[in-house]
Design a protein around this ligand. Structure first.
Ligand SMILES: C[S@@+](CC[C@H](N)C(=O)[O-])C[C@H]1O[C@@H](n2cnc3c(N)ncnc32)[C@H](O)[C@@H]1O
Ligand code: SF4
Length: 334
């Protein structure tokens, strides 16, 4: 990562940390922006493609990026739906680059060949890999595996860091071992996250008969692999936190003794330009139209305070156990 961007991010994160712990005006250092809900896949657990919502024009995206900069945001996650489904995605990435954001891109990579030579401004790639070809295509659709693997090789060959997200739908150690061997071979990292239930952006509800003991043992196993040096992006704290979660049928809870950094340290912006503390609170918290309003004067609190929602949990550790988490984040996420 360029030293200048790293310093900008560190300073923005420091301000977020102060705001979170001292309770001042929100000062999010990171934002995720779903540029479109449309998608070329219909994954078994995801509701994005079924949420038909308008998209911002390039001029509106520019206004949004100015607003995010004013609010202190320095890290911008571009996602969807499938961001490469927008024909003007390269313009959006160029706009983000001009505003000096650290840019990450979450993509299923199926359209990567069309854009491969025009993605140099992306600082970090995230993609999705749920297991071996059979398991992956069961969750994410036929013929998606081989194309992703060749795109991953191209990205890594260009020297870009890449993390593959595995949505854990079953506690299957052999599948985790398969992905970790692939990660070593391909020089990537794997971020494991539990399948989440019961929010607007996901498709399924939890199965009451799920084997909670097996799930717990699986996450302890991943924490052990991490400590032994496996190519797992997530921190050991994150993996142990999930292993100790009380009830996997619920992805988040409102616990008055806990506090969540969503909204103060980071936020989510949907395809219409409305902001929420995080993606999983869309539909539970009121959205703020960032084209018209400033988040800093409107945000009050989150509808839940503890969760096992992958990226949000890792961000929360960044705010609640800053020293250890920053060390891991620098090592793993660039
Ligand atoms: C919404 S997608 C957008 C980016 C891109 N279309 C992709 O699939 O990589 C972002 C990540 O969320 C994950 N995801 C989708 N539904 C989920 C769920 N119910 N629980 C946990 N993660 C989920 C996807 O697998 C993907 O890695
Ligand atoms: S997880 Fe990604 S690829 Fe799959 S349907 Fe959702 S947005 Fe599309």
């Amino acid at each position: 990562m360029e030293a200048f961007k790293l310093m900008q991010m560190a300073s923005a994160y420091g301000q977020s940390l102060l705001s979170y712990h001292l309770g001042g005006a929100p000062s999010p250092f990171s934002a995720s922006f779903a540029v479109s809900n449309r998608c070329n896949l219909r994954c078994s657990y995801c509701n994005f493609p079924l949420m038909e919502e308008p998209e911002l024009t390039l001029a509106q995206v520019d206004t949004l990026f100015d607003r995010l900069r004013e609010m202190g945001v320095r890290r911008l996650g571009i996602l969807g739906g499938e961001p490469l489904y927008r024909s003007d995605i390269i313009d959006i990435i160029h706009q983000a680059k001009k505003k000096d954001f650290f840019i990450s891109l979450n993509t299923n990579l199926l359209l990567y060949p069309k854009f491969r030579d025009r993605l140099a401004d992306v600082d970090h790639f995230f993609t999705s890999l749920d297991g071996d070809p059979e398991k992956h295509e069961l969750n994410r659709g036929k013929q998606s595996y081989d194309k992703i693997l060749s795109a991953i090789r191209d990205i890594v060959g260009r020297g870009k860091p890449l993390t593959a997200i595995c949505v854990v739908t079953e506690p299957d150690r052999a599948m985790a071992d398969y992905l970790l061997a692939l990660a070593d071979r391909e020089h990537i990292q794997i971020h494991f996250q539990p399948e989440c239930f019961d929010t607007e952006i996901v498709l399924r509800s939890a199965d009451d008969s799920m084997n909670q003991t097996a799930i717990r043992e699986f996450w302890h196993y991943l924490a052990t692999c991490k400590r032994q040096g496996a190519s797992i992006a997530s921190s050991a704290d994150y993996l142990e936190y999930i292993a100790n979660w009380e009830d996997f049928r619920k992805s988040s809870v409102l616990d008055m003794d806990s506090k969540c950094a969503a909204g103060r340290g980071f936020l989510f912006v949907d395809s219409t330009g409305h902001a929420y503390p995080c993606a999983y609170t869309k539909g539970k918290a009121e959205g703020v139209n960032l084209l018209r309003e400033d988040w800093r004067g409107t945000f009050k609190h989150t509808p839940c305070t503890r969760c096992i929602v992958g990226p949000m949990l890792e961000f929360n550790l960044l705010f609640n156990r800053p020293v250890r988490s920053v060390f891991n984040a620098l090592k793993q996420y660039g």
